[in-house]
Design a binder for this molecule. Structure first.
Ligand code: C2E
Ligand code: MG
Ligand code: MG
Length: 398
């Protein structure tokens, strides 16, 4: 389906902004367009429409019923197939809207910042055709804890690796290990589906130890091929309990002939902050042993400078929600600048996640970010494909 075939509704209280939006949408060839001046009118129209629109574009800040309340109704009553938000919304708030909508099976395509432009609208509307992202896939694949247990036992869950390159010279200096579950029919179950199951089913220690050992084995392999890389492994807050954790990780790394300095353990910002006291001691011990510690998805949790400075982090990863589109979105850029400033003060390095375009690379390089990770360099690949992926990146002429 092309954009022209989409059924779109625009909900915007400001008369001029609405006319402008409608004009841009119809210039994109969208014929089936409806409009509403506020949430109440929009709900009324939607409840009377037989075929729900593919996309409802909604301004968040409206008098009367605001956009968030409106989205709540649309989600509950399944009045549209997807929504996109028109607002200068930061990724943390977008995340909240996504969680809210996802619970009811409503897709959130993303946020468009005003002033609207053909490019921004095309981008967000094309997400509808791109099909369900990881969130949608998560809903589509049904897996059970027993299946995950078998998959782990049968080595069907393996790390893929995504390169990280230095902004200053483009050199790949590390990789992040990302869990991939390949089903016998060749299809992949995304981590968003099975990690929560693994965590709640008491298997997260098995998974993390497996990811750590498998990553170390690949490190040895690449080393023989002349690659000297650091490896980042994702660790869940559920892993950071029990006195033996730090010793176990150290033993695995040593057994493979690495020193812990080559390993970076990534912990999401939200999980660190949810259990500060218990996690803190474990993180301190891991740091003492020489492991690097990274705050993952930085910017989506709510840590303060004081909290962060108490934990011996060595690295901060700016969430991809702030990186994508940052060159045209001043608010995202502001968050990036503040994160870089914070990292400089704490004397830790910064990785930008989700770098997809040359413009994003240039902006982050200019602002003084240290490392880039994202599709621009390479998608996550199997261990045996990594040297070739790095070679391709070296030969890319942008
Ligand atoms: P994360 O640690 O923040 O990993 C980055 C995610 O961004 C990965 O998704 C990666 O494939 C994706 N990504 C990388 N570059 C780009 C880009 O340029 N654009 C876009 N749109 N996405 C990009 P993935 O592999 O689906 O993993 C999702 C999350 O699952 C990870 O987020 C991590 O929190 C969790 N996870 C993955 N493997 C493990 C694991 O072994 N253990 C634990 N505890 N969690 C894991
Ligand atoms: Mg990570
Ligand atoms: Mg992340």
């Amino acid at each position: 389906m092309s954009l022209a075939g989409l059924r779109v509704m625009l909900v915007e209280d400001h008369g001029f902004q609405r006319r402008l939006g409608l004009r841009l949408l119809s210039d994109l060839g969208i014929a089936e367009l409806t409009e509403a001046a506020d949430g109440i009118q929009a709900l009324d129209l939607l409840r009377r429409t037989e075929t729900p629109p593919d996309v409802v574009l909604v301004d968040l800040d409206m008098p009367g019923m605001d956009g968030i309340e409106f989205i709540g109704h649309v989600a509950q009553e399944r009045l549209a197939r997807s929504i996109a938000v028109v607002s200068a919304m930061d990724p943390a708030l977008l995340h909240t809207v996504q969680v809210m909508a996802k619970a009811s099976g409503l897709r959130v395509l993303g946020a468009v910042e005003k002033p609207l432009s053909p490019g921004k609208l095309t981008h967000v509307l094309s997400m509808f055709e791109a099909g369900p992202g990881p969130v949608g896939e998560a809903a589509a694949v049904e897996v059970t804890l027993d299946q995950v247990r078998d998959a782990l036992a049968n080595n069907q869950i393996q790390p893929y690796f995504q390169p990280q390159a230095e902004f200053s010279n483009g050199k790949v200096v590390g990789v992040e290990a990302l869990a991939r579950w390949r089903l016998p029919d060749g299809s992949m179950v995304p981590p968003a589906v099975f990690i929560p199951l693994v965590e709640n089913g008491g298997l997260i220690d098995d998974l993390t130890l497996h990811m750590l050992s498998a990553s170390c084995r690949w490190w040895q392999e690449w080393k023989r091929a002349g690659l000297d890389l650091r490896i980042s492994v994702n660790v869940s807050a559920h892993n950071l309990v029990g006195p033996e954790v730090a010793d176990r990780y150290e033993r695995i790394v040593n057994e493979h002939g690495l020193s812990p300095e080559y390993l970076i353990l990534e912990i999401t910002e939200s999980s660190v902050m949810s259990d500060t006291a218990r996690g803190l001691g474990m993180l301190a011990r891991l740091r003492l042993k020489g492991f690097g510690l990274s705050v993952d998805d930085f910017g989506t949790g709510y840590s303060s400078l004081a909290q962060l400075s108490q934990i011996p982090f060595t690295e901060l990863k700016i969430d991809q929600g702030f990186v994508g589109g940052a060159p045209d979105q001043p608010r995202k850029r502001a968050v990036i600048e503040a994160s870089l400033d914070l990292a400089r003060k704490l004397e830790i390095s910064v990785v930008a996640e989700g770098v997809e375009t040359m413009d994003e690379w240039q902006l982050l390089a200019q602002l003084g970010c240290d490392y880039a990770q994202g599709h621009l360099i390479s998608r996550p690949v199997a261990g045996e494909e990594l040297p070739a992926a790095i070679q391709r990146w070296r030969e890319t002429k942008h």
